[in-house]
Ligand binder design. Structure first.
Ligand SMILES: C[S@@+](CC[C@H](N)C(=O)[O-])C[C@H]1O[C@@H](n2cnc3c(N)ncnc32)[C@H](O)[C@@H]1O
Length: 237
């Protein structure tokens, strides 16, 4: 399978590629949206709920009780109702106001969970900390998605799994071009890029793609399952 393995990035490489100003803009956008985010998402969420359930079922099929899981870009905590109980879960988000909502939801659902502010592009966790990582509708808004995905490579153990649900640029030429055209407006209002090729970005970060499933809307919504390869497998030894 074709992939571009950039390997684990050093902290210097991370800070070089981290666009602070773009990251602050993303944070400001979600800070502004946080109060209305769940309301805005009521209709789309009717479509997303079965997809979330599907993703978490797939996680549960692979996970063991002793495993550690990281959710990146937890937002207001929409995945929490699907989180496996009695599992060691950590979750981060860039935006304080989104995280406040997530904390309230965790309390309502009686989850004792490590929820903290954090940037997917510079995660405050040691290498090989987690067995699983999950992110839903996040890598459309992370300013440098390959850097964020490389960070997941770093903090997830070799052999560990990453589960993503993302919207991506349509493969239909006309629709794809339209998405390119309106993308700057959507980014400004919603903080999300609608024309990213997240499947390619996952490969660029060095993951082994295990499954890419079209969820709906002509392949725009995808579940992506990827694995961190052992260094020996990655080098072909
Ligand atoms: C569209 S929301 C999705 C929230 C949630 N995952 C869901 O499925 O509803 C995107 C979230 O990603 C967060 N985010 C954006 N860039 C991030 C980054 N660099 N690091 C961590 N979180 C980020 C935003 O603050 C926001 O909460």
């Amino acid at each position: 399978m074709e992939h571009w393995n950039e390997g684990v990035l050093t902290m210097d490489q991370v800070s070089m590629k981290l666009d602070q100003s773009a990251t602050e803009t993303t944070k400001a956008t979600y800070q502004r949206l946080a109060a209305v985010y769940d309301m805005m998402e009521i209709l789309p969420e009717r479509r997303y709920k079965p997809w979330r359930a599907r993703l978490w079922r797939a996680v549960e099929e692979r996970i063991s009780p002793a495993d550690r899981l990281l959710e990146v870009g937890v937002g207001t905590g929409k995945n929490m109702p699907y989180w496996p109980r009695d599992l060691d879960i950590s979750a981060v988000d860039l935006t304080p106001a989104m995280l406040r909502k997530a904390r309230a939801r965790a309390q309502d659902l009686q989850f004792e969970v490590d929820l903290k502010l954090g940037d997917a592009q510079a995660l405050d966790f040691a290498e090989n900390t987690f067995d699983f990582a999950v992110a839903t509708f996040v890598f459309c808004s992370v300013p440098n998605p390959v850097l964020g995905l490389s960070e997941l490579m770093r903090v997830v153990k070799p052999g560990g799994w990453v589960f993503l649900m993302e919207h991506v640029r349509s493969q239909n030429n006309l629709l794809g071009t339209l998405m390119d055209l309106i993308n700057p407006i959507i980014v400004r209002i919603m903080g999300a890029n609608i024309n990213r090729d997240t499947v390619a970005n996952v490969r660029k970060a060095g993951f082994e793609l295990s499954r890419v499933e079209d969820l709906g809307m002509g392949g725009i919504f995808k579940m992506i399952v990827a694995q961190v390869m052992d260094a020996s497998e990655a080098s072909g030894n």
